[in-house]
Design a protein around this ligand. Structure first.
Ligand code: FAD
Length: 619
C-alpha cells in the first residue's frame, strides 16, 4: 500500500547515524521520515554509555562545529566528565563523558519527535524500490510503501543480526531486540555488495552487589569543559567510576572455558575489531600479562546496572559470573544482563563516494555501522555528512565533502572509501597524519565556516565565533608586545619553574618554552582577557607555532594532490604501463583525486606518476 505523503528524504534507523542524518535534513527544510524498528530505542547506546575519548572527542567537536547534535546531547546527559591524555601533547587531549544511557535516549527521542518537518515512525524496512539504479522508495514489513527522492541507510548491527552467548546463538540486532532479516537480500538483489562483521559487549552488574571499598575510585573533572562550543553554565555534580583488575585466577578460569567460547569454537563467521578485543581474546593474545584493568561505570542515574569496560565477552553466562567473582570487590557480584557478541551485515564502503552516496546509484546514501565502522561518534559524524549530502542532492546542489587535512570526519570517510575495510573501523588519533592540527580545541576554527555554508550554523553563532577569534588574535599581538625584564623577581619566579631569563623577552617568546603556561605569565604581569577555552587555543597556537607551520606546509602539498581530479569514468584499462595490481585497485576504488589514489594500498608512486602523465594527456 502506497503511503499518501511523499517525503524528500527517508532515513532507515534511529541510532546515532540515523538521528544526525534525519535532524540535519529536517533542519535544512526538507520533509523527512525517520523509520526505525523500535521507537523506545531511539539514540540507544548499544555498548558503553560513553561519548568521546581519543580520536572520538575530536569527532564530537567536529559534529558540533558543523551544526550536529551529539555534543549538545552529551553535555545535557553526562554522569561524569574526564579529560584524557593530559600528560601528553594537546593533539591527543580528549574529553570523555560517561553518559546517562536512559537520559541520552530521552533527549534524542524528544528532540526527534519535536523537530519541525521530521516524522518518526516505527517500521521495519524490508526492501528498496528502485527504477533501474534510481531510488524511489522503501517497502516495510507491514506492507507500506514510502516514497522519497533519497534514502539514508543507517541500520547499525541489525542486518541479519545474530547474537552469541557461549555456544548458544539467537537472531537479534541487540540483546532482546529483533534483527532486520530481509533488507540485505534486497540490497544484494540490486547489486550492493555486503559482508559480515562482529562486535561484542560486556555484562552489566548489579551495583548493590559490588564492594566499592575494594575498588579504586575515579572521580570526574573539576575544571569546566564541555563538548559543545555552545554549552554554557557550570559543571553538574558527577558520579564516580571505579577501577578493578583481573588476576591470574580470572585468566585461568577463562582459559579453562575456551572450549565453550563461540569465538574459539569457530561459530562466529565474521571479523571483530582488533583494537577492542574481548577479555578472552586479551587473555589468549597477551598471555604474559597477569592482570587487565577494568572500569566499573554507571549506566544511568535511574538504574543499578553498572557497565564493566574492558570485559567484553561472549563466554557462557555461568563462566562470565565465575570469572567476575574472582576479582576483588566483585566476589558476590550479580549479573543483570550477560555480555554477548553480535554478527551483522555491512556494506563494503569502497562502493561509496566521499559524500556517502552509493556510487553506482542515484539517491542512496549510507552512514554508520552499516559502512563498516564501530562507535557512536563515527556513526554520528557520517550521519551528519550523509544527511547534508542527501539534502543537497534533493535540492540539486553539489556534494558537501570534508578532507583529511581539515578533519577527522574527512579522514574517516577517506579511509572508508579508499582502504579495503574488512574489520570494524574505529577512529584513533594515529589515523591522522595531521593530528597536531586536528585538535578538539580548534574544531570550530577548522569547520564552522563549512557548517555555516551547509546551512546548519545560525548567523548568531557564526558572529559569536568570529568575535571570539578576533579576541584571540588581538591577545596574540598583546602577548608579543608584552615585555618581561630579567629583574630579580622575574628571574626567581622563572627559575622556580626550571626556566632561565637572561635578556628581555616577549610574553610570546616565553610562552613557547615548554614549562611556561599562560597561567604562569600572570605572575609576570600578563593577565589574559580571554575565556578559559580561548586561552587554551591561544596557548596551543603560540606554544606549538613552529610545528603547526610545518603541518600547514604538509597540508599545502597534500592539497595540491587533492586538487588533481580524476574523471569518474576514466578507463584504467587504457592506461599504458600501469601495473595490473594497481589497475585492479584503481578500478575497484575509483578514486576522486590523485591524492586519494596515492593512498590506496597496492598503488605505488610509480603508478601515480603514470596516472599523472595520462591525466595530463587527457586535459
Ligand atoms: P545503531 O546504533 O545500531 O542503530 C541502528 C538503528 O537502525 C536502530 O535504531 C535499529 O532499530 C534501526 N534499524 C536497523 N535495521 C532497520 C530496518 N530494516 N528498518 C528500520 N530500522 C532499522 N562501539 C564502540 O565504539 N565500541 C564498542 O565496544 C562497541 N560494542 C558494541 C557491542 C554491541 C553488542 C553492539 C550492538 C554495538 C557495539 N558498538 C560498539 C557499536 C555502537 O553501538 C555502534 O557503532 C553505534 O551504535 C552505531 O550507530 P548506528 O547509528 O550506525 O547504528
Amino acid at each position: 500500500m502506497k503511503y499518501a505523503k511523499e517525503y524528500a528524504v527517508l532515513v532507515v534507523g534511529a541510532g546515532h547515524a540515523g538521528l544526525e542524518a534525519a535532524l540535519s535534513c529536517a533542519r535544512l527544510g526538507l520533509d523527512t521520515l525517520l523509520l526505525t524498528l523500535n521507537l523506545d530505542t531511539i539514540g540507544k547506546m548499544s555498548c558503553n554509555p560513553a561519548i568521546g575519548g581519543p580520536g572520538k572527542s575530536q569527532l564530537v567537536r567536529e559534529i558540533d562545529a558543523l551544526g550536529g547534535e551529539m555534543a549538545r546531547a552529551a553535555d545535557a546527559t553526562f554522569l561524569q566528565l574526564k579529560m584524557l591524555n593530559l600528560s601528553k601533547g594537546p593533539a591527543v587531549h580528549s574529553l570523555r563523558a560517561q553518559s546517562d544511557r536512559a537520559g541520552y535516549m530521552r533527549y534524542m527521542k524528544k528532540l526527534a519527535e519535536n523537530t519541525p518537518r521530521l516524522d518518526v515512525k516505527q517500521a521495519e524496512v524490508t526492501e528498496l524500490i528502485l527504477a533501474g539504479r534510481i531510488f524511489q522508495g522503501v517497502k516495510t514489513k507491514m506492507g507500506f510503501e514510502y516514497y522519497a527522492r533519497a534514502v539514508i541507510l543507517t541500520t547499525g548491527t541489525f542486518l541479519r543480526g545474530e547474537i552469541f552467548i557461549g555456544l548458544e546463538s539467537t537472531p537479534a540486532g541487540r540483546l532482546g531486540e529483533f534483527p532486520a532479516d530481509a533488507l540485505t537480500a534486497s540490497l544484494n538483489a540490486h547489486g550492493i555488495r555486503t559482508g559480515r562483521l562482529k562486535t561484542g559487549t560486556t555484562p552489566r552488574l548489579d551495583r548493590r552487589t559490588i564492594d566499592f571499598t575494594k575498588l579504586q575510585e575515579e572521580p570526574g573533572l573539576e575544571e569546566k569543559h564541555f563538548f559543545s562550543f555552545e554549552t554554557e553554565g557550570s559543571l553538574r555534580p558527577q558520579q564516580p567510576c571505579y577501577l578493578a583488575r583481573t588476576n591470574p585466577r580470572s585468566h585461568e578460569m577463562i582459559r579453562a572455558n575456551l572450549d565453550r567460547s563461540p569465538l574459539y569454537q569457530g561459530m562466529i563467521n565474521a571479523v571483530g575489531p582488533r583494537y577492542c578485543p574481548s577479555i578472552e581474546d586479551k587473555v589468549v593474545r597477551f598471555a604474559d600479562k597477569d592482570s587487565h584493568h577494568l572500569f566499573i561505570e554507571p549506566e544511568s542515574a535511574d538504574t543499578n546496572e553498572m557497565y564493566v569496560q574492558g570485559f567484553s565477552t561472549s563466554l557462557p553466562y555461568d563462566v562470565q559470573l565465575k570469572v567476575l567473582r574472582t576479582i576483588p570487590g566483585l566476589e558476590n557480584v550479580e549479573i543483570m544482563r550477560p555480555g554477548y557478541a553480535v554478527a551483522y551485515d555491512f556494506i563494503y564502503p569502497e562502493q561509496l563516494t566521499r559524500s556517502l552516496k552509493l556510487r553506482e546509484f542515484t539517491g542512496i546514501f549510507a552512514a554508520g555501522q552499516i559502512n563498516g565502522t564501530s562507535g557512536y561518534e563515527e556513526a554520528a559524524a557520517q550521519g551528519l555528512i550523509a544527511g547534508i549530502n542527501a539534502a543537497r542532492f534533493v535540492c540539486g546542489q553539489g556534494p558537501f565533502c570534508l578532507t583529511r587535512e581539515e578533519s577527522y570526519t574527512g579522514t574517516l570517510i577517506d579511509d572508508l572509501i579508499t582502504k579495503e575495510i574488512r574489520e570494524p573501523y574505529r577512529m584513533m588519533t594515529s589515523r591522522s597524519e595531521y593530528r597536531l592540527f586536528l585538535r578538539q580545541d580548534n574544531a570550530e576554527d577548522r569547520l564552522l565556516e563549512k557548517g555555516r555554508a551547509a546551512g546548519l550554523i545560525s548567523a548568531q553563532r557564526h558572529q559569536k565565533f568570529k568575535h571570539s577569534r578576533e579576541k584571540i588574535e588581538a591577545e596574540k599581538i598583546r602577548l608579543a608586545e608584552f615585555k618581561v625584564l630579567p629583574n630579580k623577581k622575574n628571574t626567581e619566579f622563572l627559575l622556580s619553574l626550571g626556566e632561565k631569563l637572561t635578556k628581555p623577552s616577549s610574553g610570546a617568546e616565553l610562552l613557547r618554552r615548554q614549562k611556561i603556561s599562560l597561567l604562569s605569565l600572570k605572575e609576570l604581569g600578563f593577565s589574559t582577557v580571554l575565556s578559559s577555552a580561548e586561552a587554551e587555543k591561544l596557548e596551543i597556537e603560540v606554544k606549538y607555532s613552529a610545528y603547526l607551520t610545518e603541518v600547514e606546509q604538509q597540508i599545502r602539498y597534500a592539497q595540491d594532490a587533492e586538487k588533481k581530479k580524476i574523471p569518474p569514468e576514466l578507463d584504467y584499462d587504457a592506461i599504458i604501463g600501469l601495473r595490473q595490481e594497481a589497475r585492479e585497485k584503481l578500478k575497484k576504488v575509483r578514486p576522486e583525486t590523485v591524492g586519494q589514489a596515492s593512498r590506496i594500498a597496492g598503488v605505488n608512486p610509480a603508478d601515480i606518476s603514470i596516472l599523472l602523465v595520462w591525466l595530463r594527456r587527457l586535459l
